[in-house]
Design a protein around this ligand. Structure first.
Ligand code: MD6
Ligand code: FE
Length: 217
């Protein structure tokens, strides 16, 4: 039995503020995690994970796919949102209702009502994969937040400021965690540290998946 003075972990449904207009919802997607992973597997049969090349010529260490009306594409010519998968020239797989409803609920819990995601980027990390500091700035509508769902192996999320050189805070993102962020920090630099050698989760082994939902237009 827990003692009266045991404050314990913060309530899983109480958003933890990680910056201006940026919130960590610990475990928000936990009860949907198995269904999310099954849907990712299904999406990847239509739009396989691939390592994209940046305009600077670097191959990204995280493998990526997308679903929804738009996917995020990079190649030697630049970054853009595309309604087709350039690998197949077919539309991206539809965004499952589970995805859009969960993203809308998470956004609402963080104070952003009526979020309608048009793109869901799916990142897959294996040991050592990382995401360097970047801004999410390819969307036309910067008033909409971004919702990010983490599944599988835990990783360290780096959250900076409006300039690349600003100091970063570090947050552990675990299976089922959701980050919602918009407003003042919408264009803040952020990334993830290399996925640790021993990082794993029973549901995914050594893999980590991240879904980010965006309103594009
Ligand atoms: C990741 N996430 O967690 C990479 N961007 O693997 C992002 O780049 C990101 O988590 C915008 C908002 C939330 C994020
Ligand atoms: Fe990002």
């Amino acid at each position: 039995m827990q003692g009266l003075l045991d404050l314990g972990a913060p309530d899983a449904q109480t958003p933890e503020q990680i910056g201006s207009d940026a919130w960590l919802l610990k475990g928000f997607a936990l009860r949907d995690a198995d269904a999310l992973l099954a849907a990712i597997e299904q999406i990847a049969t239509q739009a396989p994970f691939r390592h994209q090349v940046t305009p600077g010529g670097y191959t990204m260490s995280a493998a990526m796919s997308s679903c929804g009306a738009y996917g995020w594409v990079t190649d030697r010519h630049g970054y853009r949102y595309s309604p087709q998968d350039p690998q197949s020239n077919l539309p991206w797989p539809a965004m499952p209702t589970l995805f859009s409803e969960l993203a809308e609920r998470a956004a609402r819990s963080a104070g952003f009502a009526h979020f309608e995601p048009e793109a869901c980027l799916i990142n897959r990390y294996t040991t050592g994969a990382r995401m360097g500091l970047h801004q999410d700035k390819d969307e036309q509508d910067l008033s909409a937040p971004i919702v990010s769902i983490s599944l599988g192996a835990p990783i360290t999320f780096l959250f900076g400021g409006p300039n690349r050189s600003d100091p970063t805070s570090r947050w552990l993102l675990e299976h089922g965690d959701v980050v919602v962020w918009g407003g003042i920090s919408r264009l803040f630099f952020h990334g993830v540290a290399p996925l640790g050698k021993k990082a794993s989760h029973p549901a995914t082994g050594l893999m980590r998946y991240n879904l980010t939902f965006r309103k594009v237009r």
